[in-house]
Design a protein around this ligand. Structure first.
Ligand SMILES: *Cc1c(COP(=O)(O)O)cnc(C)c1O
Length: 338
């Protein structure tokens, strides 16, 4: 970079601003890119999720590549233990499509690759000595970037430690690459007890016939499916879009679980929606949808505060911040951006 005088400038601020774009790869499946009706991310809710925009270069002081403080809760190289009864295993850093709103930018697409045997052994040793953990999330990256056999090996190894583990496979594959949802994958997952799938949809146009067939295979194999969505400006921040999305999910057999307030991930301010707007949308949706179709509007509190329901945890709104009460009883501030 050059400063206005033309001299060389190695400015930390600028370099930090460049980090998000260089760190999160650009990549989309042919299928998902084909759902876009325009390649302009400002004009299409699918393109907006995978085509980088210059706004990604803008990194605000309170943003981070690790807004959930995953790294603080890493107990082994690939295991995040934040909540007493739950732990999250980073199975792989790759995705079939990289979401521009990704919150795990410190890990996703960095080349860490799949979990090695040693990393799995290290995680298993921790799990074996931590009986408070009852639920395991397999995430990344996308765990379904692994071959069926490899994923089966990971799940089998975990179930050896405790056959009662409830396991969530957190994946975007039914949305970005539904052909990955094969009968053999479904029967492998369904062959274990207490395996759930948690998917990530943000717009009703993602609920294609291919999507529905993919999730139906998994459900028929005995694997229940939940959905997480992120409230995203210009993509789904209106009641009609969210109503169609949640109703469509229930029709496909998927329970809407969370609608997330945008995390403070570096270079994602252009996606975030004011909390007041989120609350108003939930109020509107409550009048339109059954309880079954209504997710919990949740926020992951900055500074590792953890996930809380926005509507019940919001204590007060100040000029520049929303103040939430965290699970530990402490107060956490989430910036109010106007
Ligand atoms: C979100 C999350 C979980 C799961 O939280 P739930 O509210 O049970 O869905 C577990 N571990 C980590 C690290 C998480 O970020």
């Amino acid at each position: 970079m050059r400063n206005p005088q033309g001299g060389r400038q190695l400015d930390g601020e600028l370099l930090r601003g460049v980090e998000p774009l260089t760190r999160l790869p650009f990549g989309a499946s042919r299928y998902y890119a084909g759902l876009a009706q325009s390649d302009d991310p400002n004009a299409d809710p699918i393109a907006a999720q995978f085509v980088p925009r210059p706004e990604e270069l803008v990194s605000l002081p309170y943003e981070s590549s690790d807004p959930l403080s995953d790294r603080r809760f890493l107990v082994t190289s690939r295991l995040v233990h934040h909540y007493r009864d739950r732990a999250l295993l980073l199975v792989n850093d790759r995705c079939a499509t990289y979401c521009r709103h990704c919150f795990r930018r410190h890990f996703t697409g960095h080349g860490g690759g799949r979990l090695t045997d040693d990393q799995l052994a290290e995680a298993c040793a921790y799990l074996a000595r931590t009986p408070s953990i009852k639920e395991l999330l397999l995430s990344g990256g996308d765990p379904l970037m692994l071959a069926d056999r490899e994923l089966e090996g990971v799940i089998a190894r975990l179930k050896e430690i405790d056959p009662d583990y409830i396991i969530r496979v957190c994946t975007r594959m039914p949305v970005v690459l539904p052909s990955r949802m094969t009968d053999s994958l479904a029967s492998m997952l369904g062959g274990f007890d207490s395996v759930w799938m948690v998917i990530h949809t943000n717009h009703p146009r993602e609920l294609t016939n291919e999507f529905r067939e993919g999730v139906r295979r998994v459900i028929r194999a005995g694997v229940p499916i939940l959905n997480q969505s992120v409230l995203l400006r210009g993509i789904n921040d209106d009641a009609d879009t969210l109503e169609a999305l949640f109703r469509g999910l229930v029709r496909a057999g998927v329970k809407p679980y969370y609608l997330f307030q945008g995390d403070l991930a570096a270079g994602t301010a252009h996606f975030r929606v004011p909390v007041e707007r989120g609350i108003a949308l939930m109020h509107e949706l409550r009048g339109r949808l059954s309880g079954m179709a209504l997710p919990t509007y949740a926020v992951d509190l900055p500074g590792g505060g953890g996930k809380v329901p926005v509507e019940s945890a919001l204590v007060r709104t100040e000029a520049d911040a929303y103040v939430f009460s965290g699970p530990d009883g402490g107060e956490y501030r989430y910036p109010r951006e106007i």
